[in-house]
Write a protein that binds this ligand. Structure first.
Ligand code: KIV
Ligand code: ZN
Length: 511
């Protein structure tokens, strides 16, 4: 066990891999990440992300590609004027116009790229290798005359003929490039080939190298780490692995791999990782699968009995990292794999203390529901315990009436009447759709219910067809307490409202 909170392989400590002591994190969420089909950020959203990336401690924020549009240039300009600790970079092709547009935003770091692989030269650029080299050199010299830091990327480097790639690397180094970024533009590399590739490139230039891996074969993180093993000093990453097609290397995975598995120093404040990931999930609308490493909902969640038992004895038994390091919390969930010991500990946290016979009955019910394919939320476990233990605790909040109006000519609007300790309270709200409106109406009820944040919302159709039964699961937070609950109904709004009310009742009991 390490006092740093990592529980890793002893073998790692025995290898003689010597990566650079300090690795620089170049975040391109706002540029390559925004190229994810279906993702666009408003200027305000970009600023909010840039501020959070700064709190996270990335070294460089690639804020955008100014030539793309007025709005893009405006966003880069505003981020450059934020006075952040991080350097702010703008992307440009190898033309004076692009470089001028980048410089106009006030950044002091320009990232210049041009493709170097034959497939791009012949079919996209219609240029010769010599012309590409010449243009690269001239554009670097031009940008350097303006006193900015210049990073150069030979796009599609990993499919470029290696002799020519080395020639380009030498030429741009002599032209004054401060860093050479090596893009695996269509993610074709493997970790071992990446290692050899970077070693080879290191032999032709002293300019620091950077890795830019795409995830087409699911190896972007491994390839980025292999590049670092070979001596690259920087990695390009995106929060949540956003990016074109299968995405870019994930910031969370690469950074935690570097720190925990390689013992490398970065500027990252790891406790900010979860918050950064959450913000980008919300603003991009791209939500991560629960089993996503480091930041997924299940990354530090345990259900199986043997695991939970082990975890309760020593947290390192089934976790390689302590969740707090990345700003997350450990969670135990009840399911058919959960043993009595774990259920007892979950109930104790809820302030419920069953005797042995009651615990046995509660566990049996949890297993029965699990066998029927039912997810057992915190609210369900609490309800089972209440029923087994005959605890006559009434729900404090009940739905009396809900009315929702929606359509193509009106803003979705809801009004709700809740019984809070049998007293009537009304609320109303509007939203992006009927579910959002209904939840906002509940939030606006003035019944001393306390504020809650809806951390997660997911809906699945249990049956097929337009009359499918909806199963909604929500995770609510009130101060530092989290609860999960669900609702099932043939009406998606009612399933959502049921889930929210169950969660609120859980928060209000033993609050
Ligand atoms: O993947 C890529 O090649 C790029 C370059 C613009 C660096 O994103
Ligand atoms: Zn890219």
């Amino acid at each position: 066990m390490s006092e740093k909170g990592f529980y890793l392989s002893h073998y790692v400590a025995r290898t003689n891999i010597k990566p650079p002591e300090r690795v620089y994190i170049f975040d391109t969420t706002l540029r390559d990440g925004e190229q994810t089909p279906g993702v666009t950020f408003t200027i305000d959203e970009k600023i909010a992300i840039a501020r959070q990336l700064d709190r996270l401690g990335v070294d460089i924020i690639e804020a955008g590609f100014p030539i793309t549009s007025k709005g893009e240039a405006e966003a880069v300009k505003k981020i450059a004027a934020e006075g952040l600790q991080a350097r702010v970079a703008a992307l440009a092709r190898t033309t004076k116009l692009d470089i001028d547009r980048a410089l106009d935003t006030g950044v002091d770091y320009v990232h210049i790229f041009i493709a170097t692989s034959d497939i791009h030269l012949e079919h996209k650029l219609k240029m010769t290798r010599e012309e590409v080299k010449q243009q690269s050199v001239e554009s670097i010299e031009y940008a350097k005359e303006h006193g900015v830091t210049v990073e150069f990327s030979p796009e599609d480097a990993t499919r470029t003929e290696i002799g020519y790639l080395k020639e380009i690397c030498r030429a741009v180094s002599e032209a004054g490039a401060d860093k050479i970024n090596v893009p695996d533009t269509v993610g074709v590399m493997t970790p071992r080939i990446t290692y050899e590739f970077f070693k080879d490139l290191k032999s032709v230039t002293d300019v620091p190298l950077s890795a830019h891996a795409h995830n087409d074969f699911g190896q972007a993180t491994a390839n980025s780490l292999a590049a670092i093993e070979a001596g690259a000093e920087q990695v390009h990453v995106c929060v949540n692995g956003l990016g074109e097609r299968a995405g870019n290397a994930s910031l969370e995975e690469v950074v935690m791999g570097l720190i925990a598995q390689y013992g490398v120093t970065t500027g990252i404040v790891t406790r900010q990782i979860a918050e950064t990931s959450d913000l980008v999930q919300r603003l991009s609308g791209f939500y991560l699968l629960p089993m996503t490493p480091i930041v997924g909902d299940n990354a530090f969640t345990h259900e199986a009995g043997i695991h939970v038992h082990g975890m309760l004895s020593h947290p390192g038994a089934y976790e390689p990292l302590t969740p707090e390091i990345v700003g997350k919390k450990r969670r135990f969930v009840a399911g058919k794999h959960t043993g009595r010991h774990a259920i007892d500990s979950m109930l104790e946290e809820m302030g419920v203390n069953p005797d042995r016979a009651q615990l046995k009955a509660i566990s049996a019910e949890v297993k029965r529901l699990g066998d029927r394919g039912k997810k057992v939320t915190d609210a369900d476990l609490y309800a089972i315990a209440r029923s087994v233990m005959d605890l006559k605790e009434e729900d404090r909040v009940k739905l009396k009436q809900l009315l929702v109006v929606t359509g193509n000519t009106v803003t979705p609007t809801a009004s709700v009447t809740l019984l809070v300790n049998e007293e009537e309270f009304n609320g109303s709200g509007i939203g992006n759709g009927p579910i959002d409106a209904a939840i906002n109406a509940i939030r606006n009820v003035k019944g001393n219910l306390g504020e809650f944040t809806l951390e997660r919302f997911s809906m699945k159709a249990i049956t097929g067809g337009t009359d499918a039964v909806a199963d909604v699961t929500v995770r609510l937070r009130q101060n530092n307490r989290y609860v999960t609950s669900n609702g099932v109904s043939g009406d998606t709004v009612m399933a959502s409202v049921e889930a929210i009310l169950k969660g609120m009742n859980r928060l209000l009991h033993n609050g």
